[in-house]
Each structure stands twice: as C-alpha cells, then as structure tokens.
Design a protein around this ligand. Structure first.
Ligand SMILES: C[S@@+](CC[C@H](N)C(=O)[O-])C[C@H]1O[C@@H](n2cnc3c(N)ncnc32)[C@H](O)[C@@H]1O
Length: 242
C-alpha cells in the first residue's frame, strides 16, 4: 500500500505540556491529520501490510500488544475486530492514553514488564500476541519469550513477531556494545540477533513459523514472523523443569 495523499502532521500534538516528548507511531487521526512520529519516513500502516498480518489474526480474538508505545497496533487490532485488546508497555505514556481516548477505544493499557512472569500470568491467555520492535530491547529476552509462549492458547495461539536482525547465515545473537559497528543511537538496544538465530530460537521454545520474512518493514534489517504455538514442546519443557 503506497500512500499518495499528502501527509499533514497535527502540530497540536507537539505540546510538551500535554504530550510525551516524542511520538513513535505515525497514526492517522479522525481529523485525517497524523501524529508527529519520529518514524514518518514510511507509514506504520504500510509496515503492517509488509508483515503480512491478516484480519483473521485479530477478528474475534483476545489480543495482547507488548511494548505498545503510542498504541497504533492495539487500535488497529480493535478496528480489525478483536474482542479484547490489552496493551502493555514498561513506561506510562500520555500519548497512548490520548490515542485510546481519541478513538473511543476499549483498549486496556497497563504499565507492565514482559519479563515479569507473575505480572504476565495475571493477564490470562491470548489468541494473538503482537511482539514487535521489543525483543532486542530486553535484558532477558529468553524470559520474555517463555512468558509469551505461556500466555498463548495452546494449538492456535499466534505471536506476531518483529525484530531488528541481521542476515548472517550463522545462528548468533550479538551483544550491542557502544562500540559495535551497528550500534544504534537508541541506547536501549542490547542485542542484534541473526534471522537464522531467531528461527532456531523460536522453534526450540515451541513455535512453528507459518510465515517469516527479512527486510521490507518500515526500517531496514528487520525480521518478522508469524509464530504458532505448539503445546507438544510445552510438555518437553515441563519435563526439563521450566
Ligand atoms: C521500538 S518500540 C516498538 C513499539 C511498537 N511495538 C512497534 O512495533 O511499533 C519498543 C517499545 O517496547 C517497550 N519496552 C521495552 N522494554 C519493555 C519491557 N520489558 N516490557 C514491556 N515493554 C517494553 C518500550 O517502552 C517501547 O515502547
């Protein structure tokens, strides 16, 4: 989907007294104007299509959006027919509250850490979990993936995964030191996994990929996948004391 219409930013949303210092998502408001996203090079709506998300992954589903930031994906899940949407982020954001109000949305937004097992268990089970742009920010990505696996319903639960990645043919995940040649400006990035690593990592934890793609997102060097949860591996992990 290519956007041909001129993009008009809603400058009122840049008021530092009412909003957070930076908007992450590029969200089309009811007025037709857009939030002043730091990522406006390419629309996030466009990105969602490049990740091959389908309405079926949301319609009639209970959805969790992890690291929701301004809430674009949560609002979209609701508009695509999700019965309930829970949005979590490790930070409280005025922008997210504004977006939920703006769309008269029923999305429930909580400040929570995906690595916190007890907090996560309190949310119940989900049909679809959005886990985009968060993996490489986590101090404990393994704990997060196990938590996500356990939050998904058995046989049919789907994680919509997206991460910064490199296209190395080796299965590895590099620690991003300040001096790393790919170190981003954003110092909250800890890791850069290879796409081969991500495939093998998710498989070992019990996910079966129905789709995987490299590149083509709103940024370069990104890997996205639809990962279906398969409960047979859960039995294996229980035997291993997990
Ligand atoms: C790069 S943004 C991605 C936003 C959105 N998911 C997307 O794909 O457009 C990463 C988000 O993850 C959140 N985050 C980082 N660590 C987290 C954690 N441990 N638990 C929950 N959210 C976290 C950050 O606050 C931020 O909003």
């Amino acid at each position: 989907m290519v956007m041909n219409t001129p993009i008009v930013i809603d400058k009122l949303l840049e008021d530092p007294n009412k909003f957070d210092p930076a908007w992450f998502h590029f969200i089309k408001l009811k007025s037709g104007k857009y939030t002043p996203s730091i990522n406006k090079a390419k629309s996030r709506e466009e990105a969602i299509f490049s990740w091959n998300w389908t309405h079926e992954q949301f319609f009639g589903k209970r959805v969790l959006d992890i690291g929701c930031n301004d809430g674009l994906h949560s609002i979209m899940a609701e508009q695509w027919g999700a019965t309930e949407v829970i949005a979590i982020d490790c930070f409280e954001r005025k922008n997210t509250r504004f977006i939920i109000d703006h769309f008269d949305s029923k999305v429930k937004y909580y400040v929570m850490d995906i690595c916190d097992r007890e907090q996560m268990k309190s949310l119940g089970k989900f049909d679809t979990i959005i886990f985009c742009g968060v993996f490489y920010h986590l101090i404990d990505p393994l704990a997060a993936i196990f938590n996500i696996r356990d939050l998904l319903i058995n046989n049919g639960g789907t994680m919509l995964f997206e991460s910064w990645a490199n296209s190395d043919t080796l299965s590895n995940m590099e620690f991003i030191a300040e001096t790393h040649h790919q170190a981003p400006v954003d110092k909250s990035c800890w890791w850069i996994p290879s796409n081969v690593f991500l495939e093998q990592f998710l498989a070992k934890i019990g996910f079966k990929l129905s789709y995987a793609g490299f590149g083509d997102g709103p940024y370069s060097s990104r890997w996205s996948a639809h990962a279906l949860y398969n409960d047979k591996t859960e039995i294996m992990n229980k035997n291993m004391g997990r």
